[in-house]
Write a protein that binds this ligand. Structure first.
Ligand code: 5GP
Length: 122
C-alpha cells in the first residue's frame, strides 16, 4: 500500500514550508536541512513513492520537474555557474522520504559527487 509522507501535507499546505513554486503538477519548496546555499526539493503533486514506480502517465509531471528546475535555477542566480539535480531511490540510493522528488542543489562548487553516505544520515 502506498503511504503518504510529510511531502503530501506540504503540497496541500497543511504543514508549513517555504514553497517557492507550485502548479497543477508539481510543488517546489526549500529543503529543511540544506546542503548548499540553494537546496530546493521539486516534487510531483501525485504521490509516486520511488523512481521504480514511475509510469507513462507520470511523464508530464516528471518532465515538469526539469522545466521548474531550470526556472528556479535562473531565479536563484545559479544557472550560469551550474548546479546538481539529484533523485535518490530506495535504501542504497539514500532515499529518506518515499515520495519521489528532485533535489536542486547549488550556490557553491559541489565537487564530483555529494559525499553524503547513509552513515552520515543516522
Ligand atoms: P531524500 O534522501 O529522500 O532524497 O531527501 C529527503 C530530503 O527531504 C532531505 O534532504 C531532507 O532534509 C528533506 N526533508 C525531510 N523532511 C522535510 C520536511 O518536513 N520539510 C522539508 N522542507 N524538507 C524535508
Amino acid at each position: 500500500m502506498v503511504q503518504e509522507t510529510i511531502f503530501s501535507k506540504i503540497i496541500r499546505r497543511e504543514v508549513p514550508s517555504d514553497i517557492v513554486y507550485q502548479d497543477e503538477l508539481v510543488t517546489a519548496f526549500r529543503d529543511i536541512n540544506p546542503q548548499a546555499p540553494t537546496h530546493i526539493l521539486i516534487v510531483p503533486n501525485k504521490l509516486i513513492p520511488t523512481a521504480n514506480d514511475v509510469a507513462a502517465e507520470d511523464e508530464a509531471a516528471l518532465g515538469r520537474l526539469f522545466t521548474v528546475a531550470a526556472k528556479l535555477a535562473a531565479q536563484e542566480g545559479i544557472a550560469a555557474d551550474g548546479f546538481r539535480l539529484l533523485v535518490n531511490c530506495n535504501r542504497y540510493g539514500g532515499q529518506e522520504i518515499y515520495h519521489l522528488h528532485m533535489h536542486l542543489i547549488g550556490g557553491r562548487p559541489l565537487g564530483p559527487m555529494l559525499l553524503k553516505t547513509m552513515d552520515d544520515r543516522r
